[in-house]
Design a protein around this ligand. Structure first.
Ligand SMILES: C[S@@+](CC[C@H](N)C(=O)[O-])C[C@H]1O[C@@H](n2cnc3c(N)ncnc32)[C@H](O)[C@@H]1O
Length: 195
C-alpha cells in the first residue's frame, strides 16, 4: 500500500487507525533494534496496518519463528492477506482476542509483543486489558514495544509492567516514541528515559 492510500484510509477511520501515515523505515528499524532475533521464536504484532512493520520484522526473523498479527481495518486486512510467508500468521481479529488466539494456536508464551495500537483513543479498561494480556503471554524478560506519538499513556505501561523506558524517533511523521517494558525485570532499552 502506498503512503497516499494509507493516508486516505486513515482519514476515513482516524479514530481506529490513530495516525495519518504508516511507520517510517527509521521507526521500523528502531523497533527491530529492540528485538534479539536469535531468541525471537514468537513475535506478536498488534495493529499491523498495511504490514510495514511486519515486513520489516520478517526480513530479520529466523526461518522457524512465527509472527502473529492482529488487524481489524478491512482495507489493511486485504493488504495483509497478500503477505505470503509461512511464518506470517494473520488474524482479522481484535487485539482484545490475543489470549483466545494464542490458545487456538496452542502457544503458551511469546518472546516479544510489538504494538502500534492507538491506545490514546481506547477506553482505559480496554487498553489496560490488552496490555495485561500481553504481559501475561510474554516469557520472563520478554519485551513489550509500543509505538506512540505522545507520552500520555506512559503510566499505563508503568502500571501493568512496573517499568517503562522511552525511546524517541524523530524521523517519523509524526515523530514517535517507542515505549519499552519488560516482563518482570528492569528494562534494558537503548534510548533515553525522557519522562
Ligand atoms: C497507528 S496504526 C499503525 C499501523 C502500522 N502498524 C504502522 O506502524 O504503520 C494502528 C493500527 O491499529 C489498528 N487497530 C485499531 N484497533 C485495533 C484492534 N482492536 N485490534 C487490532 N488492530 C487494531 C488500526 O486499524 C491501525 O491499522
Amino acid at each position: 500500500m502506498k503512503r497516499l492510500d494509507f493516508l486516505s484510509e486513515s482519514l476515513k477511520n482516524l479514530k481506529e487507525v490513530g495516525t495519518v501515515t504508516r511507520s517510517s523505515r527509521y521507526l521500523c528499524r528502531s523497533i527491530a533494534r529492540q528485538i534479539d532475533f536469535d531468541k525471537a521464536d514468537t513475535i506478536v504484532e498488534l495493529g499491523a496496518g498495511d504490514g510495514v512493520i511486519s515486513l520489516h520484522l520478517l526480513k530479520q526473523m529466523k526461518p522457524d519463528s512465527k509472527l502473529i498479527v492482529f488487524e481489524i481495518n478491512e482495507a489493511f486486512c486485504n493488504q495483509l492477506e497478500e503477505i505470503d510467508d509461512p511464518r506470517f500468521h494473520f488474524y482479522k481479529r481484535s487485539a482484545e482476542e490475543l489470549d483466545d488466539v494464542l490458545k487456538e494456536m496452542e502457544i503458551d508464551e511469546v518472546s516479544y509483543v510489538v504494538s502500534a495500537l492507538p491506545f490514546t483513543v481506547f477506553p482505559e479498561k480496554v487498553a489496560e486489558g490488552i496490555v495485561d494480556q500481553c504481559r501475561k503471554s510474554l516469557v520472563p524478560n520478554g519485551k513489550y514495544v509500543q509505538v506512540h506519538y505522545s507520552l500520555v499513556k506512559k503510566n499505563l505501561y508503568k502500571k501493568v509492567f512496573g517499568n517503562v523506558k522511552v525511546n524517541f524517533v524523530l524521523k517519523n511523521l509524526p515523530p514517535a516514541f517507542l515505549l519499552v517494558s519488560l516482563r518482570n525485570e528492569e528494562v534494558s532499552g537503548n534510548g533515553n528515559d525522557v519522562g
